[in-house]
Write a protein that binds this ligand. Structure first.
Ligand code: NAP
Ligand code: ZN
Ligand code: ZN
Length: 357
């Protein structure tokens, strides 16, 4: 990996893969030296998002190798550039799915950096503006990020269980807010994985009536503990009929192929279904799942930086964190296998101290 003339880099340990069919293994990557607006963060914890797996296995057909995933990062600031205002050395800090954007387009000016017109810079698998390479994520010892894309972590929250808020938290908080979920609204959450279980906690804290739709009978008890008012086994048509045309909003966080029409049919007149799950293949929509009830089928991607801070502060006030299983980096390939089977309650988080030799 070469370095541009303006940025001298240092090598750090990371975990990633060199081809879709290869397992993740230890490799070295370059991190730039902090510029005046940058902070250097020693990574303490990194959550394991299903997008990490989609990307490492090139399921979205856009992966550049070597691939170092990880965009749910919590760490300690170890260096600050001369012009950094928000952070001091020693502060706890977090980085989510973006590390930069154009900062000039209409969307960036509105705080919607995730929809940046020329394209935001993803924390991994995006062209790196500083080094002559692509970006590498949080499965690594440290990361250097412009302070504008670094978040403050509420002090009352457990740092390991906070990491998943940086993707699973904001990706569900943003659409719940956008579609006005709150008191008096009946909301369906589909797929109780990393994203879905956060959606249940957040929608409940916003005051909504929350119905969980799961393919896993083993998650029934948990769904209620997480805050669901009712749980439906989505494979059972009779149970599904209980909520036909009853819901104001449905958030779909499923990572694989499924029948979207079954969930559109749960919506009332003018109801919306927002997709946050990103399966590899298209999901066919029947015209008559939408037309007769003026329903909307939408999508939503993560959230802006200011909204991510708002979500973290909301979680701080409501004492909301992710349910996690802490793993060492050496267990990451096994964790991916288990993620594919839906065998995680409800987010793997890597203890990054385990990467140091
Ligand atoms: P996850 O932890 O693996 O959860 C996915 C859940 O989907 C599973 O727990 C399971 O829930 C359900 N599911 C899995 N396979 C299924 C199948 N064949 N049929 C029906 N349901 C199935 O994944 P995650 O990290 O929460 O991510 C979920 C999706 O969101 C991924 O596609 C990810 O890439 C995407 N994502 C999108 C954004 C965004 O900005 N829009 C951000 C992050 C992630 P049950 O057991 O309850 O059925
Ligand atoms: Zn993610
Ligand atoms: Zn922009």
């Amino acid at each position: 990996m070469s370095t541009s003339s303006s940025s001298i880099a240092k090598q750090v340990h990371a975990f990633g893969n060199t081809a879709a069919t290869q397992p993740l293994q230890q490799l070295n990557i370059n991190r730039r030296n902090p510029t005046p607006h940058d902070v250097e963060i020693e990574i303490l914890f990194c959550g394991v998002c299903h997008s990490d797996l989609h990307t490492a296995k090139n399921e979205w057909h856009n992966t550049v190798y070597p691939c170092v995933p990880g965009h749910e990062i919590v760490g300690r600031i170890v260096t600050v550039g001369n012009h950094v205002k928000k952070f001091r050395v020693g502060d706890l800090a977090a980085v989510g799915c973006m590390v930069d954007s154009c900062r000039e387009c209409d969307y960036c000016k509105e705080g919607l950096e995730q929809y940046c017109e020329p394209g935001m810079t993803g924390t991994y698998n995006a062209p790196d503006k500083h080094l002559n390479t692509h970006t590498f994520g949080g499965y690594s010892e440290s990361i250097v990020v412009d302070e504008s894309f670094v978040l403050r972590v509420p002090e009352n929250l457990d740092p390991a269980a906070t990491a998943p808020l940086l993707c699973a938290g904001i990706t569900t908080y943003s659409p719940l807010k956008h579609w006005n979920v709150g008191k008096g609204k009946k909301v369906g959450i589909v797929g109780i994985g990393g994203l879905g279980h956060m959606a249940v906690k957040l929608a409940k804290a916003m005051g909504a009536e929350v119905i969980v739709f799961t393919t896993s009978p083993s998650k029934f008890e948990d769904a209620r503990r997480l805050g669901a008012d009712d749980v439906v086994l989505s494979k059972d048509e009779k149970q599904m009929r209980r909520y036909a045309r009853k819901l104001h909003f449905v958030l779909d966080a499923v990572s694989a192929q499924h029948d979207i029409n079954a969930y559109l049919n749960l919506l009332r007149v003018d109801g919306s279904l927002a997709l946050v799950g990103a399966p590899e293949l298209p999901l066919p929509v029947a015209a008559f799942s939408l037309i007769p009830k003026r329903r909307s089928f939408a999508g939503s991607m993560i959230g802006g930086i200011a909204e991510t801070q708002e979500m973290l502060d909301f979680c701080g006030r409501h004492n909301i964190v992710s349910d996690i299983e802490l793993i060492n980096i050496g267990q990451i390939n096994e964790a991916y296998d288990r993620l594919l089977k839906g065998d995680v309650k409800y987010r793997f988080v890597i203890d990054m101290a385990s990467i140091k030799k």
